[in-house]
Design a protein around this ligand. Sequence first.
Ligand code: GRF
Length: 202
Amino acid sequence: MFKIAVLVSGGGTNLQAIIDATQGGLLKDIKIVKVISNKEGAYALERAKDHGIDAECISPKSYENRAAYFDDMILKIKGSQADLVVLAGFLVVLSKEFVRAFEGRIINIHPSLIPSFCGDGFYGLKVHEEALKRGVKVTGATVHFVDEGTDTGPIIYQKAVEVLDGDTPEILQKRVMEQAEWIILPAAIRAIADGKVVSKAK
Ligand code: GRF
């Protein structure tokens, strides 16, 4: 069985889309073996626990430095035997060691059409604020393999979403989630599990 670990920081709607797909849907033969949040009290942890998934908070604040934090993350994820690490709104910048430990086996969802509105500082609502400021008429989401840069890894799937008159960052964020993120993230997991998409780094 193909196994995934999901890293989260917040509400976990992308995690929920994955959980839903594992329940008789697109990912019915795939198991979420671990969910890790860097934030205590993240609602994503509740969503995981509600479905009997092994979930815990591992906060960088509990460690002496980032290296020690990621060493422990590597150990815990390797211990879970996950085949793929899915970043679903995980807001901690990964260490090079972490990326190397799972080379070609980490994917991320980003709420824009990369290479627009991505890179350092572009996360959460900020991405949508900048898209609205620039006046783009189309935005969307991207799933990509993670390399040592920020949002620079090979693109797996993208889906475009229209920007409408009167959009606020919150309204646009919700539309991008509903029409793009929740669809292409499970689809990318499916494609990787089936061996239809492989990272060159693998
Ligand atoms: C999503 O927009 C995702 O693309 C990101 O942060 C948000 C996380 O939302 N980078 P959720 O925790 O999955 O609801």
